[in-house]
Design a protein around this ligand. Structure first.
Ligand code: APR
Length: 320
């Protein structure tokens, strides 16, 4: 069987990390694409020169032409600009929407059968626009945010409780913004829901509330530390987990920005929901039961995403 082909649209900090992880894990041959000349070629060659050290039988190539992504099985999109301190993800909307138009057209022309994972922010609006611009089936275009936010949530819970991250199952739903919805009742540490953890004295309610708040602001915490850009290791690993579930038909249920067509009462929008990812792409959305508080938080997050989608339509009337 031929090797998988992974196309990385954007070869900056996340794109380069994706290429490295995909090569090390032998996910397939890697094409790095970027508008910056030399950047994808340089990163591709550097990583290719590392493959003999760990014996990964994959090829890497950098390109500045969309023809290079032809026949890709997976496209992971990070093209655009990241935030700097003081910026919200929403501040990136105008610039990155134009980038999504170019990327969507490139994928439509050269890799229409790919499974597309968008990482560019503001995530939920950008993946919505990318699906429209590319015209690919909605189940083949998804956004990466929830795996990252949930991983941050799980890490903070592990740090607090001393329980291995391997035994923590954390969920965040909703949009990838500061009003995302960390799901306290549905997340577990060693099988115990977080509400029980508080009842049993593992941590106080105030400590749990602080972890929820830190999760919501997790991206900003990294931006403030790095000062020159945003997180890239954890976002890259999160997208690779999604790509693997598609390529190997693992059928993992992951928090993914998926197209909702009635699920959770939503129509024609992308937002973070538990999604089964297999060979068919986003095969099924799992519907959690919300209590009144969770529903109110989810609705608020959805309203923010809808505001961004409306802003996209205002900037580019072809999306309306
Ligand atoms: N087509 C292809 N690549 C582009 C385009 C375009 N139209 N416009 C910009 N790029 C490239 C840049 O040249 C750069 O190499 O996108 C890359 C982005 O890389 P970084 O600036 O290092 O940003 P990164 O940290 O990788 O984040 C990328 O993901 O998490 C989000 O908010 C983040 O939107 C940002 C994106």
């Amino acid at each position: 069987m031929a090797r998988n082909k992974i196309a990385l649209i954007g070869s900056g900090m996340i794109g380069g990390t994706l290429a490295h992880v995909a090569a090390r894990e032998e996910l397939g041959d890697v094409i790095l694409f970027d508008i910056a000349e030399g950047l994808p070629q340089g990163k591709g060659l550097d990583i290719a020169e590392s493959t003999p050290v760990y014996g990964a039988s994959v090829n890497l190539k950098g390109v500045n032409d969309y023809a290079g992504i032809a026949g890709a099985d997976v496209c992971i999109v990070t093209a655009g600009v990241p935030r700097k301190p003081g910026m919200s993800r929403d501040d990136l909307l105008g610039i990155n929407l134009k980038v999504m138009k170019a990327v969507g057209e490139g994928i439509k022309a050269h890799a229409p059968n790919a499974f597309v994972i968008c990482i560019t922010n503001p995530l939920d609006a950008m993946v919505w626009a990318l699906q429209k611009f590319s015209g690919l089936p909605t189940e083949k275009v998804v956004g990466m945010a929830g795996v990252l936010d949930s991983s941050r949530f799980a890490y903070f819970l592990s740090e607090k409780t001393g329980v291995s991250v391997a035994d923590i199952h954390a969920w965040t739903l909703g949009g990838h913004g500061d009003d995302m919805v960390p799901m306290v009742r549905h997340s577990t540490v060693g099988g115990l829901p977080l509400t029980q953890l508080v009842a049993q004295g593992w941590m106080s309610q105030a400590e749990l509330d602080a972890i929820v708040e830190r999760t919501r602001k997790g991206g900003g915490e990294i931006v403030n530390l790095l000062k020159t850009g945003s997180a890239y290791y954890a976002p890259a690993e999160s997208a690779i987990a999604m790509a693997k579930s598609y390529l190997a038909d693992q059928k993992r249920v992951l928090p993914v920005a998926s197209y909702c067509s009635g699920q959770y009462g939503l129509k024609d929008m992308y937002v973070g929901v538990p999604t089964l990812i297999g060979a068919g792409g986003a095969e099924k959305i799992v519907e959690f039961d919300f209590n009144a508080d969770e529903k109110a938080m989810f609705d608020k997050s959805v309203a923010s995403v809808n505001g961004l989608i409306e802003a996209c339509k205002g900037i580019d009337p072809s999306l309306a």
